[in-house]
Ligand binder design. Sequence first.
Ligand code: ZN
Length: 207
Amino acid sequence: MFVEPYLHLPNQRGWIEVICGSMFSGKTEELIRRINRALIAKQSVSLFKPALDVRYDAQKIVSHNQNSLESRALRKAIDIIDYGKNSQVVGIDEAQFFDEELLEVAIQLANEGIRVIISGLDMDFEGNPFGVMPQLMSVAEFVTKVHAICAVCGGVASYSYRLSDSHEQILLGEKDLYEPRCRACFLAGQREEQEKKIELEWAAHKN
Ligand code: ZN
């Protein structure tokens, strides 16, 4: 469990934390937990999320088990500076959907003495690094990777396996669209899809 290393040391104010993992790994849960602790410590907090994430509620950050905090939905990462610069703590959810300027924004806020807590998907549904997350993980003082449970075998899952045929990188959805999988079950699913595709192509060819 992550424990804040220097919440009350005057010389250690600004830093970056990244919470990453697959879908259903508890990332947002962990972000909310840390923000709540900052609130208990009477720190001023601002929360942001990308405007395109409209699941659940446009003005709230809501985790899968319905914990929620007020947040501001923004289209551009750069706007986080204006809205967040007077806070002691800035939280950012679904960071993989923000534009790449989020890297500079996070660095600038941390340099100005703000604790920046970022939560996001580290990989997309094809298992590739997602958006600006890899860069954020590089510059963060603290990176926490959380894991889900594989929906197929019950192992430790770090992949978000897409159950639909769509190949868009951004496809928002819930349990009907994705399930967490371990590496082996993720690869098995990809192989199955590939075989299905070849079969369909053959069938079309024969007709
Ligand atoms: Zn598995």
